[in-house]
Design a protein around this ligand. Structure first.
Ligand code: ATP
Ligand code: MG
Length: 355
């Protein structure tokens, strides 16, 4: 099964300056750039967050600092930040087994990012494809310096927690590679300080595609409305989107990403949500049409999103509990982040403040 597949990347030798934690650390973040998470976020990333709670000392955050790299409405950002936290809990994050927090509640992220900015080459940062894609979409002259440097903020996000594993979708691999390069550079220049992390990418679900355009990834900001499956949409809407997914002119239900990208995407989604192998699904639908596959997958989706929506709403209806989970998360996160930042500041030669 997809969720049990080994990560496609492996840990390399690491340096660690503080006492090792009983478990390896995992860290990841999700942007509150839209109200609802989409199916790509869930299958490519959040599902792994949930699984890694059992094997890792896990830190997860809603990355609101990243969300302002594109224009935002302040009231919407505030609401979407809460909504993102509620969805993470609804998806299965358990505050007793992981640390869940809001990035801006931990000021060390911005503080370490500055240091990392100062050891990053301009050309190196210019090679980040996410920046190229996102700035092209906005029009190059409207793109901000924040959008340009956001991968370096992400480097700080990861290194602050001495993370070993970074569960993400394929689109983030290049940023984790940059994190590795900068951690190694800093360690070589100033002495062992940061753990060198590895991306944790589950190959089968690393890139979920837009249902209307299976050549592009499903994305909060770039998908076509009909191709984007939002987990908080009305289940009826979701069923309709699945049923009108683009396939191909053939009839055979077979996993073949080259010849049948649309059908393959549906098989990946179906397989992961039901813990059934793609081979079993191909057998089940042998001789049947695309309509049968879509109708069944629509039912699977409705069964998945209905309780997810209810649980999300329950967290939103109880803001005190949500706030206290986030306050406790920020406190736990800050304890780790402050220690790493203090070491990094010392290594680069900042004079300590006398209290
Ligand atoms: P935006 O378009 O604003 O960047 P996004 O849809 O890419 O939004 P993010 O918050 O940037 O969402 O990403 C959260 C996580 O979801 C990341 O780990 C990212 O790799 C993963 N992810 C996003 N889209 C997909 C996808 N289509 N398939 C698999 N993983 C995805
Ligand atoms: Mg993204």
């Amino acid at each position: 099964m997809a969720s049990e597949s080994p990560p496609v990347t492996h840990h390399r030798p690491q340096t660690r300056c503080s006492a090792p934690s009983p478990h390896l650390r995992a860290l990841s973040g999700i942007q509150p750039t839209a109200g609802s998470f989409h199916l790509g976020n869930y299958l490519g990333a959040v599902r792994q967050y949930v699984a890694l709670q059992d094997t890792h000392d896990a830190f997860y955050m809603v990355v609101d600092l990243h969300a302002i790299t594109v224009p935002q409405d302040p009231a919407e950002l505030r609401a979407n930040t809460r909504l993102a936290a509620a969805q993470l809990l609804a998806a299965g994050l358990d505050p007793r087994r992981c640390t869940l927090f809001i990035q801006s509640h931990v000021p060390e992220h911005a503080q370490l990012a500055w240091v990392m900015n100062c050891i990053t080459g301009f050309g190196e940062a210019s090679r980040m494809t996410q920046f190229k894609d996102k700035s092209a979409k906005q029009g190059a002259d409207r793109a901000t310096v924040g959008l340009f440097t956001y991968p370096i903020l992400q480097v700080a996000d990861i290194l602050l927690y001495q993370a070993d594993a970074v569960p993400v979708g394929e689109d983030q691999r290049q940023h984790v590679e940059l994190t590795r390069d900068l951690a190694e550079r800093f360690n070589a220049r100033f002495g062992p300080t940061f753990t060198v992390p590895a991306p944790y990418i589950v190959k089968e679900v690393a890139k979920i595609y837009d249902l209307q355009d299976p050549a592009i990834k499903m994305s909060k900001s770039a998908s076509t409305p009909k191709g984007l499956v939002n987990l908080l949409d009305e289940p009826k809407t979701t069923a309709k989107k699945i049923k009108s997914a683009v396939t191909d002119t053939g009839t055979e239900i077979r996993f073949d990403t080259e010849a049948k990208p649309g059908v393959s995407n549906l098989l990946t989604i179906y397989s992961t949500l039901t813990d059934t192998s793609v081979a079993e699904l191909e057998e089940k639908y042998a001789g049947k049409g695309y309509g049968a596959l879509k109708t069944d997958l629509a039912d699977v989706m409705v069964d998945f999103v209905t309780p997810f929506r209810t649980r999300t709403q329950e967290y939103l209806d109880d803001p005190e509990t949500l706030d206290s989970i986030l306050a406790e998360g920020a406190e736990k996160a800050r304890a780790v982040a402050a220690e790493t930042l203090a070491q990094a500041y010392d290594r680069v030669g900042f004079l300590p403040a006398k209290h």
